[in-house]
Structures are given as structure tokens and as C-alpha cells.
Design a protein around this ligand. Structure first.
Ligand code: GLA
Length: 363
């Protein structure tokens, strides 16, 4: 119900706005197998990337599709600590190596995602009895982990998401999300991670990757405030990743807010990367959309188009735009286990360009 009401309001606003929805209708282009690759349109702007798993690089049709459309890849999970080093002394480089080799062999850029993500939990923070380890032990483990991973991939990974999602959302919860790393080290878990990564590869671009940056004003205050402080202290933070898991109905995820965030980050002299772009269709509040209607197709196309207009205008400040996934064949789950699709990307479940793809490439 909520979805329908929101859909109606947004559609109504679109009809009375300067850009009627029909302007975003590219249905005459759909189905063209000889379309021009996404990265070609954006060659003069920024890298276009996708988050992948190892198997995407091994299946001939998928790898061809990746090479046609993207100039950069990110591992969706294979570079996370839970995959690389799930337990003390256990290392699994297999899938990460597949992706790294695919990039090496095909001249693609590879974003390293992500070195430290407190929210995910890690063996590093606890001892054999389950108690938090001391500051020294944790710092030593972090340094060893970061240096091992960065050194293994430094020939191909030139940008690292060093810390993922450190900041919280609301006043009551404080600036940082609570997790074991924060419990032991406080804000130093962020700054030390950057120092260790910089030690391991002084040439790498080091990125702080954050979620819901447009949506939440409080998050912006925390992010901008600490960034300013850390940069003044000389912490080697070179870039900020705006994840950009947008939602079709979220009004704060707007071109105006995107421009505001870009301006602020630019004034702090950091590179900007859009690291996890998608536009989901669910209503705020978790209502699952039953149909992927013509109307939502056009609304999504319009939102993508407006966002990309801003990104192109700021191409001198933005080095890459990465989509979170390869195509729409991504299964989501509700809390009670129902599965559904979000249709959040620019390519459909058969990897064919969607209406939104043509909207983003029409400039
Ligand atoms: C965050 C992380 C990603 C991924 C998504 C969920 O955005 O940074 O690695 O886990 O959540 O899809």
C-alpha cells in the first residue's frame, strides 16, 4: 500500500515537473544486442565499474559482458576478511586471485573492497576465551592483515576501501557504529587502518567508504567533521566512497543533495568515488513491490538519469562509479525469508540494457 501511495505521489510530481516521465522512455531501443558498451559512453568522464564474484570472470558470456561494459571491477565479497582470512592463520586467496588475474589479463582497474569493516566482525578482536583483546594485540593483527592483503595485490589494486561504514546514523548512538574494533581502539581503529595501508603501499589511493551519505544529515555531519579533523592530523585518507545504494522513493537521495555532498567533499580535497550504486524499488519501510510496472521503470530511469547528470557535471572530482552487481539477476530476501527481485541495476536479468541504461547514456 505504502508503495502505491509513494508511487502515485512521485508520478504526480513527475507529471507536473519540467521533465515529464515520457522523456525517459527508451522502449524503442530495448533488445538491441549490438548496443554500445557502457564504459564507451563514459570514457571521458570516469571509470565505470561493477561488483563481481569470481565466477563472473570465469563464465565466457559473463566475462565478455564485463569487458564490453566496465573499465573497473570490485569484488563483491572475495576481498572481505571473512573470505580471505576467516580465522587466525587460515587464508583463502582463491576467489580474490581469480578476480585479480582477470583484471591483470584484461587491463581492468580493480578496487580493493574492503580492508577493515568493523560491522562484519572478525576473529582479530577476540581471544580464545571470547574476550576483547588488548589495544596492542589488535593493532598488531590489523597491521599484519592489512600488510599481507595490500602487498599481495598492490600491482593491480590501486584504490582500497580501507575502512567500510565507520559512522552511525543518529545522535543517541554517537558518531561511530559500535563494534569490537571501536570498543578496543575508539576512533583509532579508523586512523590506524589508514596508516597501516599507507605503510603497505604508499602509492595506493586510500578510501573511506560510507553508506547512506545522502539520506542522513547526521551521518554527513559525522563524516565531514571527522574527515576534516583526520586530514588536518595528516591521516592518509585520499578518497571518500559514497556507496549510493539508493532507493526509488527516498527523497533525500536527490540530485541537489548529491551535489551538496560532492561540493563539501571537494572542499576537503579528497577524491570522490561512487562505490556501490543501485536504485532499489522497495518502498521505504520494506514494502515489497509486486510488479515492476512501466511507471516504476520510467521513475527509476529518471532518477538514474538525473543522478548521472550531476556525476558528469562533476567528473573532474569523481574518479569512478561502480554498480553493486553485474545485472538484475540478484535475489533479495525479506526478514521472513521471502525472495524477490529489486531490478536495481542498468542491465536486466539477461544482461541486456534496460530503459534506465539508455536514460543514463543519452547525453
Ligand atoms: C555494504 C557493503 C557491501 C555489501 C553491501 C550489501 O554496502 O559495503 O560490501 O556487503 O553492504 O549488499
Amino acid at each position: 500500500m505504502l508503495t502505491r501511495i509513494l508511487s502515485f505521489i512521485v508520478a504526480l510530481l513527475s507529471v507536473i515537473s519540467l521533465n515529464p516521465l515520457s522523456e525517459y522512455d527508451y522502449s524503442d531501443k530495448l533488445g538491441d544486442a549490438d548496443y554500445i558498451g557502457f564504459k564507451e559512453y563514459y570514457a571521458d568522464y570516469f571509470d565505470i565499474g561493477a561488483a563481481v564474484a569470481g565466477y563472473h570472470c570465469q563464465i565466457p558470456e559473463t566475462s565478455e559482458f564485463l569487458l564490453k561494459n566496465y573499465s573497473s571491477l570490485t569484488a563483491e565479497n572475495a576481498f572481505k576478511q571473512a573470505a580471505l582470512n576467516p580465522q587466525d592463520g587460515v587464508w583463502n586467496f582463491g576467489e580474490a586471485d581469480v578476480i585479480a588475474d582477470f583484471c591483470r589479463n584484461n587491463g581492468l582497474n580493480l578496487r580493493g573492497h574492503c580492508l577493515i569493516w568493523g560491522g562484519l566482525g572478525s576473529w582479530m578482536t577476540r581471544d580464545g576465551e571470547g574476550n576483547l583483546v588488548s589495544r596492542d594485540v589488535l593493532l598488531q593483527r590489523m597491521q599484519e592483515y592489512i600488510s599481507t592483503v595490500v602487498n599481495r595485490y598492490k600491482d593491480i589494486v590501486h584504490v582500497w576501501d580501507v575502512v567500510n561504514e565507520p559512522f552511525g546514523f543518529d545522535l543517541k548512538g554517537g558518531a561511530f557504529k559500535s563494534n569490537d574494533f571501536y570498543a578496543v581502539l575508539g576512533e583509532e581503529y579508523v586512523t590506524k587502518s589508514f596508516e597501516f595501508a599507507h605503510e603497505a603501499d604508499p602509492d595506493a589511493v586510500l578510501c573511506l567508504n560510507e553508506t547512506k551519505v545522502l539520506k542522513n544529515k547526521k551521518k554527513q555531519d559525522y563524516l565531514f567533521g571527522y574527515l576534516e579533523k583526520w586530514l588536518e592530523e595528516g591521516i592518509p585518507i585520499h578518497a571518500v566512497g559514497i556507496q549510493s545504494h539508493w532507493n526509488l522513493w527516498e527523497i533525500n537521495e536527490s540530485p541537489r543533495m548529491l551535489q551538496k555532498v560532492i561540493d563539501k567533499l571537494y572542499s576537503l580535497n579528497v577524491d570522490i568515488q561512487i562505490t556501490e550504486c543501485d536504485i532499489t524499488m522497495n518502498a521505504v519501510g520494506g514494502d515489497v513491490l509486486e510488479e515492476y510496472s512501466d511507471n516504476t521503470v520510467l521513475l527509476q530511469s529518471k532518477k538514474y538519469s538525473k543522478m548521472f547528470e550531476v556525476l558528469r557535471k562533476n567528473a573532474d572530482k569523481i574518479s569512478s562509479v561502480t554498480f553493486w552487481g553485474v545485472n538484475d539477476n540478484r535475489i533479495y530476501k525479506t526478514d521472513d525469508g521471502q525472495t524477490y527481485y529489486e531490478h536495481a541495476l542498468l542491465f536486466d536479468e539477461n544482461s541486456m540494457p534496460k530503459n534506465a541504461f539508455y536514460a543514463v547514456c543519452d547525453f
